[in-house]
Design a protein around this ligand. Structure first.
Ligand code: C2E
Ligand code: CA
Ligand code: CA
Length: 909
């Protein structure tokens, strides 16, 4: 027998125990408590069709088995506690095995365990049971019959997939949580550091303020009151008082201090009974947890004191006064730092009082002052204001500034910034040679012998400065890529522009936006999108001249500043950026191309303020996008005027799409059968299809051609709703024409690359075909070559899926130069549409004719048909005769016309 506690028992303790103790590392990850885990697991099991329970790092259950209780009861007959424990041990103790699957006595019941690791240790183990359907198991080897009619059943293949999913999800989750908790810990640490630094700085400041009281002409009572108030405020305690014990054994309170809202401890101040903690030659320290006898306790309770420190003030070798600091509002445990601070302060008070009492005994006063100043945390020196002679330097100062002292540079270094006639104050000094920053506190006081002196106290604040810098650095860095961020960009750009303007030099700002980055993100997942952004950042950051001025503005947008001193390399820099994008990025085991569009402005020529320059570079970048992406555009005033139009377009486009795309009208241009042209008689040319071409009848902007808004719609991702609308309308027409007209009509619809990358594109097309009951062969979808650029494998799969619907695919605008002929072979196209550009001069150019002819022949060998578009004249038509072109399209036959006109002419004639 295994010596394990039964799971039921453990389950009970898990419920009783506090959440953290039973959850271990798992407690630190996103599934915060047992309840959340249970609910997540229930959902997961329901969706996946498995039974599961979760164990923590020690093997104690965190959740119950999810699933119908009567099913679970049956399963638990075979999946006993011992079995669970054993399989848990298998995956949690081995570092190699994250997953184990075992058979049970029942032929169709499998038991699996999946370990989720955190720093190599199993943070949680999920026990998963699956019940297979009949097809997935063999009965012969088993004595028992299979279990049947279970709520959840799952195929063997899916069972393994579910285990993978579970492991991957949880590992991803724990990864996210780990980096989150690291970040949290880091920020906690820096907050702690900041706190410590502020405290130590504050301490030195308080101390110097107290030291400067040496010079005070005030009465001893007033000095005591000031010291008490500074000391108590610094320590944040509620009460403080000083007192004197008289000859009759009674005490007089000299000064009382209380924090705001706190009651005074003594209402009568003369002839009070002496408290037990006063009258000693040594300090008495009582924290809230200090043990004491009942009598002592009673007296403290009388005053409501929860913690106290009392110290004698020794004058001429005997305690003359006592200072007492106490806390009545809350518990307090004194730290060593507290006690040291109180001790130092009281010693300063002691020497001030000594000085006041025996102004004639200079030597003794000086000695005790020196002793105090030597122990103060900061470096202090005192100089005669009249003669400039150094009168005193404390130990810390001599140790830290011996060189400066020897070189006689004190005034130059620490006092040159003192405003004339200022009595006291502080400022920062940067010591370049030492790479250090100091805070200098200065004050003018009377020295022990009465002459006016200046006292300077110097604190090293280098740590604090560096810390501030680090914080600043963090605020200026983009977390994902390590580049600087937008905030830093704006700050730097302002500096570079100023510099260029002052020196009469030039710099440049480049706005870079990745083309179709969203598709990589959508198809490979965000983690690969992130990797790509990091790789790109690295590649760009390596380029000489801009390595310190690359910024990520957010998303897939970057800014690169070419500082004036690198401007001579401008052409080279652009070349190198282009090169970086001309090579593929290696992601998830294969190569991906990601191109970019970039806008360039110069400063100060194109603007001298940050927002203007950024806006103009963005305008130029959009120009690059609009003219086909994968290029660089320089800013000019012309394109700027069009950008105002663009904002207008953008807003109206959102509105038009909001109004269910009614403003987008579909025109049709006939596509003619090439077989007909042999006859020469135009009348007999048969139209066999129509290309659907969208127009925008905007109520506010008027009539717009696709060239004027399709690029922007693609850029904004709005081409998807518009394109879906066109597809729907085209399919509707196709149905009507085939029902009412004479022939077999096909419609050809343009699909944007953006649409193809949508996960639901296949469903959208299928739905359109089904809704209209059209023959899928009558739907042709046109795609441009641009689509092959990003992710060939995925695109190919999508196209194959579309083809499976029975739809025909056409490669549009072929020859315009995006890809090689090889990509035609890689993708399953039925039709190749040769771009208008080749037709323009087909009547005169041998090359154009040869190209079309070659394409037609190539088409034949790979089984694709050729369509020639842009035929405008009879000569052009003549020139392509006999080349074996299957389809022809062009103004020679008809322009794109409205649906009604098209139907009248070509459908119901
Ligand atoms: P495209 O797919 O190459 O469409 C053919 C374009 O050539 C159409 O311009 C058509 O009017 C024009 N065209 C036809 N015959 C001739 C001719 O003989 N001579 C000349 N010079 N031009 C001719 P349109 O309608 O302005 O469309 C321009 C582009 O806008 C289309 O080029 C296509 O890329 C895009 N587009 C149009 N409708 C849609 C749509 O619904 N979805 C998407 N994604 N893009 C569309
Ligand atoms: Ca087209
Ligand atoms: Ca075309």
């Amino acid at each position: 027998m295994q010596d394990t506690v039964s799971l039921e028992e453990l389950e009970k303790t898990a419920k009783m125990g506090s959440e953290e103790t039973t959850m271990g590392v798992l407690g630190s990850f996103a599934l915060k408590n047992a309840k959340e885990i249970q609910s997540w697991q229930d959902h997961f099991c329901e969706l996946a069709g498995v039974y599961a329970l979760c164990l923590d790092e020690d093997g104690a259950p965190i959740s119950h088995f999810s699933g119908n209780p009567s099913d679970v009861e049956v399963i638990r007959k075979y999946v006993t506690d011992v079995r669970i424990h054993n399989i848990y041990k298998r995956v949690s103790e081995s570092e190699l095995e994250d997953q184990a699957v075992e058979i049970t006595e029942v032929p169709n019941l499998r038991l699996a365990a999946v370990a989720v690791r955190h720093n190599g240790i199993a943070a949680a183990v999920w026990i998963v049971c699956g019940v297979f359907p009949e097809a997935d198991y063999e009965k012969e080897f088993f004595h028992l019959p299979p279990i049947e009619s279970f709520g959840y059943q799952i195929s063997e293949m899916k069972f393994y997939k579910v285990l993978d999913l579970l492991r991957e999800t949880l590992n991803a989750l724990i990864g996210v949580e780990t980096s989150r908790s690291i970040a949290v810990a880091k920020s906690k640490e820096s907050r702690q550091q900041e706190l410590e630094m502020t405290t130590s700085f504050h301490r030195a400041e308080t101390m110097t303020e107290i030291v400067s009281l040496l010079d005070s002409d005030e009465t001893i009572e007033n000095i005591m009151a000031t010291v008490l108030s500074k000391l108590c405020s610094y320590l944040q305690i509620s009460n403080g008082f000083t007192c004197k014990i008289g000859t009759r054994g009674l005490m007089d309170i000299i000064v009382q201090w209380t924090a705001p809202g706190v009651k005074k401890m003594f209402t009568d101040t003369t002839d009070q009974e002496v408290c037990w903690f006063l009258g000693n030659e040594k300090a008495v320290v009582i924290s809230s947890d200090t043990q004491m006898n009942a009598g002592e306790r009673e007296q403290l309770d009388q005053f409501g004191i929860r913690a106290l420190v009392s110290m004698p003030i020794i004058i001429n070798g005997a305690p003359r006064f006592y200072a007492c600091l106490s806390e009545t509002k809350e518990n307090r445990i004194w730290s060593i730092d507290d006690i040291k601070f109180i001790n130092d302060t009281i010693r300063i008070l002691q020497s001030i009082i000594t000085k006041r009492i025996q102004t004639n005994s200079l030597a003794s006063s000086f000695a005790s002052l020196e002793a105090v100043l030597d122990n103060v945390g900061s470096s202090i020196y005192v100089r005669d204001i009249g003669t400039g002679v150094l009168l005193f330097a404390n130990r810390s100062f001599k140790k830290n500034f011996s060189k400066e002292l020897a070189e006689n540079r004190l005034i130059e270094l620490f006092e040159s910034n003192i405003p004339s006639r200022s009595h006291s104050g502080n400022y920062e000094v940067h010591h370049k040679q030492r790479e250090k920053w100091y805070d200098v506190y200065y004050t003018r006081i009377k020295w022990v012998d009465g002459r006016p002196v200046s006292l300077c106290a110097i604190y090293d604040i280098t740590e604090k400065k560096l810390y501030q810098r680090r914080i600043e650095q963090q605020a200026y860095t983009d977390f994902l890529t390590g580049l600087y961020n937008r905030m830093c960009c704006e700050k730097d750009l302002a500096r570079y522009v100023d510099e260029a303007r002052q020196n009469g030099t030039t710099g440049a700002l480049m706005y870079l936006d990745l083309d179709d980055f969203k598709h990589i993100n959508d198809s490979l997942g965000h983690q690969y999108g992130d990797i790509l952004l990091q790789d790109i950042s690295k590649a760009v950051g390596r380029i000489e001249g801009i390595s310190n001025s690359c910024y990520r503005m957010g998303g897939d947008e970057f800014v690169i500043i070419v500082p004036p001193e690198s401007y001579y390399r401008m052409d080279k820099i652009m070349e190198e950026i282009k090169n970086a994008f001309a090579t593929p990025w290696y992601l998830k085991d294969s190569d991906y191309y990601c191109t970019m569009s970039m806008g360039v402005v110069k400063f100060p020529e194109h603007g001298d303020n940050v927002s203007e320059l950024i806006r103009k570079s963005d305008v130029a970048m959009y120009e690059a996008k609009k003219s086909g992406k994968n290029r660089i555009a320089e800013y000019s005033d012309n394109i700027d005027s069009s950008s105002i139009h663009r904002l207008d377009l953008e807003k109206n486009m959102y509105d038009a799409i909001g109004k269910s795309c009614n403003e987008f009208e579909v025109y049709f241009q006939p596509i003619i059968s090439g077989a007909a042209i042999g006859n020469g008689e135009k009348d007999e040319e048969k139209h066999i299809a129509a290309e659907a071409l969208v127009r925008w009848n905007s109520t506010r902007l008027g009539f717009l051609n696709p060239d004027e808004f399709v690029p922007l719609a693609e850029y904004l991702g709005l081409i998807t709703p518009i394109g879906n609308h066109v597809l729907k309308k085209a399919c509707e027409c196709c149905r009507q024409w085939n029902e009412a007209g004479k022939g077999d009509y096909a419609v050809s619809v343009n699909l944007s690359v953006v649409q193809i990358m949508q996960n639901d594109i296949v469903d959208v097309i299928r739905q359109c075909i089904e809704d209209n009951h059209i023959n899928p062969n009558n739907l042709i979808l046109e795609l441009t070559e641009r689509l092959a650029i990003n992710d060939l494998a995925r695109t190919k799969q999508t196209l194959l899926d579309i083809k499976d619907l029975g739809v025909r695919l056409a490669l549009d605008d072929f020859g315009t130069g995006y890809t090689a002929i090889s990509s035609i072979r890689a993708l399953p196209f039925d039709i190749i549409k040769i771009d208008k550009d080749f037709v323009k001069d087909v009547a005169t150019s041998e090359y154009s004719r040869a190209f079309i002819k070659m394409m037609a022949e190539l088409g034949q060998t790979i089984g694709a048909e050729i369509c020639v578009e842009g035929i405008e004249t009879a000569e052009q038509l003549e020139a392509i005769k006999g080349m074996g072109v299957k389809y022809i399209q062009g103004f020679y036959f008809d322009k794109p016309i409205r649906r009604a006109a098209f139907e009248e002419k070509y459908v119901y004639d």
